[in-house]
Structure formats: structure tokens, C-alpha cells
Design a protein around this ligand. Structure first.
Ligand SMILES: [Zn+2]
Length: 315
């Protein structure tokens, strides 16, 4: 994360103890407020619609439920609305979009690059986030398909669900895929107090890579994650697979195009963000063939892995 997000966070101070920071309005930029498709998963039938909250309700920004997404037109997310709970303690939400922002300059050689997850292989790492809500085994089927193509991906599972199906994490790692921490209940980490933040990370999937929900982690979050043994792992290409337009999930073709049309800088040593509940998994064969046609390779599957992901990535 860089640019606007960093500026925004600095302005809020590092050591708040409020349970929920007051969610700022569009603040420094005019924001185009949209609802994430993620608010209504393609495979989840217990979602609420992305409709404004009652006046004075907490947990959202701009009077929208927190799991609605805010995006600055043509750029980075505006200020990060904090995800709220949806009744079961899990923020049903996607990750904020970044595809249109200018790619952050690569970190200097030898410095861990959070947006590339330490990928210095030249190849592209495919990542799949959250959870396939009504079909948990979808994770393993996707993993098997990728393995059959000789591809290693990374899965960032919401800890609460992963804990209910521990065999899925085991099977994915056995298939040769990395499985990382995506917090316990997918809350917006910068909005949490220190104790909550600690619990969200500690109770997530064990390992050493943390993908913060919405990709949002400031200095405080990064420091605590490091104390708990995690490096931050974000992405260079957001497929926006979580978006819905007029109730329609983003199509396979549109998701495919997000990767195909990304810049060379975003692809080389790149990381692609998709989700387990969307059409992203169905777009993977086309995404891989497009990348290969453009001269890029994806991370190779070299067999079973442990919970510790090496740096630089073994792609
Ligand atoms: Zn997520």
C-alpha cells in the first residue's frame, strides 16, 4: 500500500485504543463509492444487499455497510471503510481494488516487497483469498487443477472458516500450494484496537505470510504482524472479481482481461489477486494461457510445502 493510504493512516495516529476509529468521509479525495460484489458472493446465499445503513449506525462509512467498498475513481481505495460484522463475526467482504493505481515502484534489491510477497522469480504468483462459502471443497478442487498444470498458487483463507475445515489447509499444502493468514474474521485491521488486532492475526491460519483484509496494513499492523512472525503479502494485479455491477458478478472474460491488460511491471514478479467465491477460479485457465502467450510464466509447483513460505519465494 502506498500513496493515499499511507497519508491517510499517518493522519490517524498509530496507537488508538478506540474500539472503532471513526470512519472518515471521503476526506482528501472525492470518492466514488461503490458496493463490492463481494457484498453478495456468487456462491453465498445469506448475504445482505449493499444498502445504506440507518442514520447513526456504526460499522460503515458514508452510511454504507462496512462491507461495501469505497474506491477512489481510477485509483487507490479512498480511506478504507472499516468492514463491519455481518452477524457471524465475519466481515463478508472483498479486497479493495488497486488495478488502476500506478504500480508502486519495486523495492530495492534485497528489500522485501510487500506488494510482490517477496516474489523475485520473474514469474507470476496467483493468489486466491477468503473462502468458497457454500462449497468449501472448491478450494481443494481448484488446488488440484492448478497442481495438474504444474502451478503453485497461494491461498489466503479466512481463519474462522479454515479452522472448521483443517483438512483443506492440509490438502492444499500437500498439493504444493502455500496457505497464508487472511486474519480470523476478515476485519479491517487498522480499525481495530491493539488487542483485537493481535487476536485477528494470531487466530488466523498459522504460517508466516499475512494478507491483511483489503490489503490494508499500516505501520502498527505491520509491526505487530512481524512480532507474530508474519510478513505482509499484497498484490500487484487486482482482478476485481469481487465486484458486482447491477447484481451481476464480474464475468470470467472481464476477470481474464484484468490480468491480460495489466502492465509488464505488474506481471513480472507479480501477484494476482482473486477470490475463492467468485468467477476467478473459472478464469484461471485463460489467465494462465494469456500470461504464457505474453511470455510470462506462473509459479511452478515443486511439491508439498510447509506452513513457512520461503523468501524469496520459491516460484
Ligand atoms: Zn479478503
Amino acid at each position: 500500500m502506498s500513496g493515499y493510504g499511507e497519508v491517510f493512516r499517518r493522519g490517524r495516529g498509530r496507537h488508538r485504543r478506540r474500539r472503532r476509529a471513526p470512519l472518515k468521509t471521503a476526506a482528501a479525495v472525492s470518492a466514488l463509492v461503490t458496493c463490492s460484489a463481494f457484498a453478495v458472493h456468487a456462491v453465498d446465499d445469506d448475504q445482505e444487499d449493499c444498502v445504506p445503513l440507518p442514520a447513526g449506525a456504526k460499522g460503515g462509512r458514508g452510511n454504507l455497510p462496512a462491507w461495501c467498498h469505497d474506491h477512489r475513481a481510477g485509483g487507490a481505495p479512498a480511506g478504507k471503510g472499516g468492514p463491519g460484522d455481518t452477524g457471524d463475526g465475519v466481515a463478508r467482504d472483498g479486497d479493495s481494488g488497486h488495478r488502476d493505481r500506478p504500480a508502486a515502484p519495486p523495492a530495492p534489491e534485497g528489500v522485501y516487497d510487500r506488494e510482490r510477497c517477496g516474489n523475485t522469480s520473474g514469474r507470476v504468483l496467483l493468489t486466491l483469498d477468503d473462502w468458497p462459502y457454500n462449497d468449501p471443497e472448491r478450494s481443494v478442487r481448484i488446488g488440484a487443477q492448478l497442481k495438474a498444470q504444474g502451478i503453485r498458487a497461494a491461498f489466503f483463507l479466512i481463519g474462522k472458516f479454515a479452522a472448521q475445515y483443517p483438512q483443506i489447509t492440509r490438502q492444499l499444502r500437500q498439493q504444493g500450494h502455500w496457505v497464508g493468514n487472511h486474519s480470523y474474521t476478515h476485519r479491517h485491521l487498522p480499525s481495530l484496537d491493539d488487542d483485537e488486532l493481535h487476536d485477528e492475526i494470531r487466530n488466523g491460519v498459522a504460517g508466516n505470510l499475512l494478507r491483511p483484509p483489503y490489503g490494508d496494513a499500516g505501520e502498527r499492523e505491520r509491526e505487530l504482524a512481524a512480532e507474530l512472525g508474519f510478513r505482509i503479502c499484497n498484490w500487484t494485479i487486482d482482478t476485481h472479481d469481487w465486484e458486482k455491477t447491477q447484481g451481476h458478478a464480474r464475468s470470467v472474460d472481464d476477470i481474464r482481461a484484468s490480468v491480460r491488460d495489466a502492465t509488464p511491471e505488474e506481471k513480472r514478479n507479480g501477484v494476482v489477486l482473486g477470490h475463492l467465491f467468485s468467477n476467478f477460479p473459472d478464469a484461471l485457465p485463460d489467465i494462465v494461457s494469456d500470461l504464457q502467450a505474453q511470455g510470462y510464466q506462473v509459479c511452478r509447483n515443486n511439491g508439498p510445502v510447509t506452513e513457512k513460505v520461503p523468501y524469496p519465494l520459491d516460484c
